[in-house]
Ligand binder design. Structure first.
Ligand code: COA
Length: 371
């Protein structure tokens, strides 16, 4: 047996959901650059789940179904109100709330494709309600009912802030959601596939995936990037901050990638958004600091920014609390997880690799009284 730490370079499945070939990311064959510029998040989700771009009629129907599913069962919302909201990370709250959604869905264990697609629509809608409700409840604010005529991005900002978003903010969130929707066999998607490959239910798969996304080496990185930028404070401190961090052999959040060594194709879109939005807020220092870090890390370490790096200053400029960055990532990536879960069910085989044993050799059992 050969051991490959971190499964680097191991091809663990076939998939037709998304691909990363020669540094180009596609969803179902469509370049992410085109989708980021032209597609709504709802169109993108339709593409991921049904394998084709929707017609206007199909999209309208899909949006109708999605917006009819925002309401979260009162039992789940009552439980959420009991969480120690101000003492936990929102990702822990979201993970637990998604798990409890499964308790109140009588079709949770119905494995038919139709039931799983309906559950997918419901989960995608409800995840945005849960993130917004978590944020408002911990601030002692009333939960806002969804507005069904708004887009997924627009309605999320509405439920979060209590007023309808301006066009620029809605477009920015929409684009960020499109860019984060799927990414081949990343850690959380692999987690989801491993879970459902035991023929466990879809709620279990998504709950497991949220747990994997929460970690700072994966989705948790965007929040840590903003923490780092806040610690740097001013552009002129960037160089010395980075020097110290690298001397301490710290990982600089938002840089590096297991798959991309020549740059993450999503980062340039977020960099442009960061430039635009910090220009609007007048807090251009976040963009300038990010640009400086980008230049220094590229030159000194040969490490390029990943999707999480510029998304930090984008979300910050939209007035979003820093610990909600990763839950927003989850609101988008759930669409990819579900596409992969549906694909896994469709052509399933248990995922069960091996481990190379490096523990003690064969041992003689000694009864407890003689040890
Ligand atoms: N800052 C500093 N050094 C980094 C680094 C970073 N962000 N990312 C990688 N490196 C260095 C490692 O220290 C290692 O150096 P070494 O060979 O001297 O020990 C080398 O580059 C290879 O890194 P490694 O951690 O083995 O790569 P990986 O493929 O296992 O990990 C990541 C990929 C993304 C987990 C890693 O780059 C990272 O931790 N980045 C920061 C977290 C982040 O932004 N995550 C979001 C990913 S989208």
């Amino acid at each position: 047996m050969t051991t490959t730490k971190g499964l680097e370079g191991i091809v663990a499945t076939t998939s037709s959901v998304s691909s990363i070939i020669d540094g180009v990311l596609t969803y179902r064959g469509y370049n992410i650059d085109d989708l980021a510029e032209h597609a709504s998040f709802e169109e993108t989700v339709y593409l991921l789940w049904y394998g084709k771009l929707p017609t206007e009629k199909e999209l309208a129907e899909f949006k109708g179904k999605l917006s009819s599913q925002y309401a979260v069962p009162s039992e789940v919302m009552d439980m959420l109100k009991q969480y120690p909201l101000n003492d936990i990370h929102p990702m822990a709250g979201v993970r637990t709330a998604v798990s409890s959604l499964g308790l109140y869905d009588e079709k949770a264990d119905d494995m038919s494709e139709e039931a799983n697609l309906n559950k997918s629509i419901s989960l995608l809608a409800k995840l945005s309600t849960i993130v917004a409700a978590f944020s408002r409840l911990r601030d002692g604010k009333e939960i806002i009912e969804p507005k069904e005529n708004l887009s997924y991005a627009g309605n999320f900002l509405y439920m979060l802030n209590g007023n309808e978003p301006d066009e620029i903010s809605e477009k920015a969130i929409n684009k960020a959601l499109v860019l984060h929707a799927d990414h081949e066999l990343n850690a959380s998607t692999f987690t989801a596939r491993v879970c459902v490959a035991t023929l466990s239910d879809l709620y279990s798969g998504v709950t497991a995936a949220i747990g994997a996304l929460k970690g700072p080496l994966h989705g948790g990185a965007n929040e840590r990037v903003m923490k780092m930028l806040s610690e740097i404070g001013e552009v002129e401190n960037t160089e010395s901050y980075l020097k110290d961090a690298l001397e301490r052999k710290e990982k600089v959040m938002g840089f590096g990638h297991r798959v991309y060594k020549d740059g993450d194709p999503r980062a340039k879109h977020l960099r442009e958004m960061s430039k635009q939005l910090t220009g609007i807020t007048g807090e251009t220092k976040w963009y300038e600091m990010s640009l400086k870090l980008d230049e220094l890390m590229t030159n000194q370490k040969g490490l390029l920014p990943n999707v999480d790096f510029y998304s930090a200053s984008v979300y910050h400029s939209l007035g979003i609390k820093h610990d909600l960055f990763t839950p927003i990532f989850a609101m988008s990536r759930v669409s990819g997880w579900l596409a992969h879960i549906l694909e896994q069910y469709d052509n399933n085989r248990l995922i069960r690799p091996r481990a190379e044993y490096i523990g003690p050799p064969k041992q003689e059992f000694i009864p407890i009284e003689k040890r």
